[in-house]
Ligand binder design. Structure first.
Ligand SMILES: NC(=O)c1ccc[n+]([C@@H]2O[C@H](COP(=O)([O-])OP(=O)(O)OC[C@H]3O[C@@H](n4cnc5c(N)ncnc54)[C@H](O)[C@@H]3O)[C@@H](O)[C@H]2O)c1
Length: 261
């Protein structure tokens, strides 16, 4: 067995939902570098175009698409456009999400509109993009890969007004196991990464607070927050033949944070 070749994605087509974002665009570049043809889809067209340009610079084909992934019709349109362009779809990565730092409320007062927004952004986006992609994979009958982005917040509470986000990420981890169980018969594996704080614009305000950052970093055995490049190797692993017998797993990428709890 050529172990390095088993990590290659030549001939595969990858759809990165939220691929215009900080983490999504790093993942899109990594999948392209590993040989996949990539489609990035984002509600922000300029972000999608910029990410696609980075993937092309890395030497891969990339399609930039825009749309609201929380809407079934738009997710379907995006998947149809990918299949029309590339002929098939093998990998979906769900990188729409976040928002927690913008709606911090005490748990007993957590407002319904903020709750619904976080659920839509994180959980519904993951559900809708995955359903559209997996319907296509099941129809084609050649298996596939679903990769979700959960968070250490799926398992660890945080004393900072995060009720809706922890609930959404907990649900994403549960769905990862549920989908893995249901879709194994179609040759589709489903796994997730669960990062701690990653240095991105989403969390810039929180990480910009020296007391918050010091408290966080002090609890991380490897002594720092994550970088987007810390995440991409695991995604390529889950996307590739090297993880053929791995499904329903949630891989902490957290510098050892959850190992201490
Ligand atoms: N940044 C972190 O510290 C961190 C840590 C753990 C997990 N995560 C998770 O990683 C994922 C990506 O986070 P990020 O930091 O890259 O965020 P980001 O905001 O940079 O990226 C999210 C992207 O999704 C797009 N988007 C938002 N709503 C959309 C919609 N309805 N349809 C289509 N696109 C939409 C945005 O335009 C953006 O480009 C999220 O699920 C987040 O919860 C982030």
């Amino acid at each position: 067995m050529d172990v390095l070749a088993s990590f290659r994605l030549d001939g595969r087509v990858a759809f990165v939902s939220g691929g215009g974002g900080a983490i999504g665009s790093a993942i899109a570049v990594a999948l392209g570098s590993a040989g996949a043809r990539v489609a990035v889809a984002d509600i922000d067209q300029a972000h999608a175009e910029a990410a696609a340009e980075k993937v092309r610079t890395a030497g891969a084909e990339c399609l930039a698409l825009s749309g609201d992934i929380t809407r079934e019709s738009e997710a379907q349109r995006i998947v149809d456009a990918i299949v029309e362009r590339y002929g098939h779809l093998d990998i979906v990565v769900n990188a729409v999400g976040g928002g927690a730092g913008k709606v911090l409320f005490d748990a007993q007062e957590y407002p319904r509109d903020a709750w619904d927004w976080i659920m839509e952004l994180n959980l519904r986006s993951t559900l809708i993009a995955t359903q559209a992609a997996v319907r296509e994979m099941v129809k084609a009958g050649k298996g596939g890969r679903v990769i979700n982005i959960s968070s250490v917040r799926a398992t660890l509470g945080i004393n900072a007004g995060y009720s809706a986000y922890v609930a959404a990420k907990g649900a994403i981890s549960s769905l990862t196991r549920q989908w893995a169980t249901e879709w194994a018969k179609h040759g589709i594996t489903v796994n997730a990464i669960a990062p701690t704080f990653v240095d991105t614009p989403q969390v810039a305000m929180l990480l910009g607070d020296p007391a918050f950052k010091a408290g966080l970093v002090n609890r991380v055995p490897l002594g720092r927050v994550g970088e987007t490049d810390d995440l991409v190797g695991a995604v390529v692993f889950f996307a590739s033949a090297s993880s053929s017998f791995v499904t329903g797993q949630i891989l902490g990428i957290d510098g050892g944070l959850t190992a201490t709890q």
